[in-house]
Design a protein around this ligand. Sequence first.
Ligand code: PRP
Ligand code: URA
Length: 211
Amino acid sequence: MGTLHVLEHPLIIHKLTIMRERNTGSKDFRQLLNEITMLMGYELTRDFPLEDVEIDTPVAHMTAKKIKGKKVAVIPILRAGLGMVDGLLGLIPAAKVGHIGLYRDPDTHKPVEYYCKLPHDIEKRTVILCDPMLATGGSASDALSMLKAKGVMPGAIRLLCLVAAPEGVAKVQADHPDVDIYTAAMDERLNEHAYIVPGLGDAGDRLFGTK
Ligand code: PRP
Ligand code: URA
């Protein structure tokens, strides 16, 4: 089963609390999501392997280290995942960006696919799939299946979210046991509308001011 990483750094907890507050506006919500994504991205990349490289500093020759291995693709689930792209590109500027468009049907709460555009060499990359909300887990699970259908290797995908519900974590772990999940918070449960409780409401609407 994939590992669940709950990244409980004080800065992340503090910033998430401000995001959760109902009176926090879109400008601050966007800024805080960007800041938290950078803090989480730092932890998500902690085990990226290094390799020796020979370099010359202005003073001496040395054997130094650089990140080894596969290049990275950042894949946001539209819309709310877009709020995590800039933070990840700030850390990994050479990453390519793909997009997966899914929305939850308001009645069934099941994801509906409407867009998919991925880097042409996606199967050679380490993939960071990002979406702030992991509620029922339907959207993340479908997006992970789409990535695998396009050839991404098992074990090459990490899921980065912000707030997760136990139901969503259980679904991703059952459907995709090779995927590690990184979240800032594990909340209590889902309500009758499949919203996370206490959560932060509708992440896409709060990010883009559409409500
Ligand atoms: C939200 C959120 C996730 C999904 C999570 O998107 O950004 O993609 O719901 O729910 P799930 O785990 O139950 O699938 P939404 O469908 O509201 O679309 P939007 O981002 O375009 O608003
Ligand atoms: N999508 C959201 O944006 N928020 C939730 O709480 C659940 C799904």
